[in-house]
Design a protein around this ligand. Sequence first.
Ligand SMILES: Nc1nc2c(ncn2[C@@H]2O[C@H](COP(=O)(O)OP(=O)(O)OP(=O)(O)O)[C@@H](O)[C@H]2O)c(=O)[nH]1
Ligand SMILES: [Mg+2]
Length: 485
Amino acid sequence: MGDATADSGLDELHSAAPAFIHTVDASTLQLRRAAVALAALGGVAKVEGSTPEKSLPEKSQSSDAHPHQQQHQKEQQHSRGAMAGQQRYLRYIVFALVAIILLFFISSSSSVPSPQWPTTKGDKSQSVVDPNAPAAPATEKESTATTPNPGTQLPPATAKGDRMNATFVTLARNSDVWEIAESIRHVEDRFNRKFNYDWVFLNDDDFNDEFIKVTSALVSGKTKYGKIPKEHWSFPEWIDQDKAAKVRQEMKEKKIIYGDSISYRHMCRYESGFFFRHPLMMDYEWYWRVEPSVKLFCDIEYDTFKFMAENKKKYSFTLSLYEYVETIPTLWDAVKNFTSTYPQHVVEGNSMKWLSDDDGKTYNHCHFWSNFEIGNLNWLRSDAYIDYFTSLDHAGGFFYERWGDAPVHSIAAALMLKKEEIHFFNDIAYYHVPFTHCPTGEQYRLDHKCSCNPKDNFDWNGYSCTARFYEVNGMDKPAGYEKEQ
Ligand SMILES: Nc1nc2c(ncn2[C@@H]2O[C@H](COP(=O)(O)OP(=O)(O)OP(=O)(O)O)[C@@H](O)[C@H]2O)c(=O)[nH]1
Ligand SMILES: [Mg+2]
């Protein structure tokens, strides 16, 4: 009986239900069915507990009344019974409606998803909302969560015109990821976001997923990741291992920086003779070398690669200084051996005066600091440069001493390029620990939103070779340089 009552009650109520009830979904309807069943049961309980007759007021029902009166009483009783039935029906409806409305609100509030608050760490979709959370990795960018920082795409390049066949290049270990991330941000913010040049990363090991994920998210151009072939990162067969090990021990005792490091030596040799020959680099004509933890302090508004090409430059620098003599005691002898074997590779109008105070007899140790370089890859791939590197490599100084790629590149540029082919980028404000190049000239610094302190500029310091570069090239030093000496 209960089921039938509930169902019939439901049918009655359904037909009388307000329109909004028809708009709810199936699960809500289930709940509402239960509510109606309850309401109907409530109605039945009421019927069983108090009959309609008993609920009506007791009037005289004497049998000796006038027949008309009896009829009247009958009619009254009949109409009272009908009224009682209507009132009862109305009560059921009201009771059931109240129950439905109550249950509807209860079920609604529990079936609508509650707002999620960003308190749970480790939940991907929430961590991007957490203002204290670390930067969202690439996979989190795919989250559908709305965040207050939705700009996940790098803005399009704004500089008009063609691009050069050029790339940034970085030699790095996986452990350098955060230091190179910092450098990339500087380069992108000050220059590359406007040009979107590619970036090649080279490593003697495989790059891991984190390195690739972090760096590719930061670079506006294409990123490419290459592994260095073993033969470019190992001891050549002509190197005497015992002799090399003895040197490392001696340099360690003398506390020469990186003096006992094998990997540093492989790195210097690789940067001197191989990076420009890596298959990934073969696609390009121009490169800009970037190391971990470097900074750019001023906006660069023009295409530096195009500048190099249009002005017939092949090599460039921002900082120059004297090399640590202990690391290159026989380098100049090896260079002289090369120039006497290949005199055709030494060009007229070169920068020998920048390298030597006595026409080439001795080396003054000036070099361009090669952690920053913008240069021409075809020059490094030329016979002249390859003969030069091969000659030095056979002399063994990368392992028997600790020749750096900076003096190796610098001597090559100074002897095998015309002096006009080497460019000093006064306008590229640059830092690599511990030296700063901050452009001389206040108006330039203001116009290009520079953030370096001119007092930190190394150029006019006695340990810099940049003043000598100006003199050798017959250039006027920038106005105001005296104040920075
Ligand atoms: N893959 C790889 N890269 C290296 C290794 N050693 C150095 N490098 C990279 O080679 C470049 C020069 O190394 P650095 O350690 O910066 O050498 P540095 O500039 O003389 O010395 P710092 O003052 O320490 O910067 C950087 O881009 C390094 O990330 C190595 O063993 N493997
Ligand atoms: Mg470095």
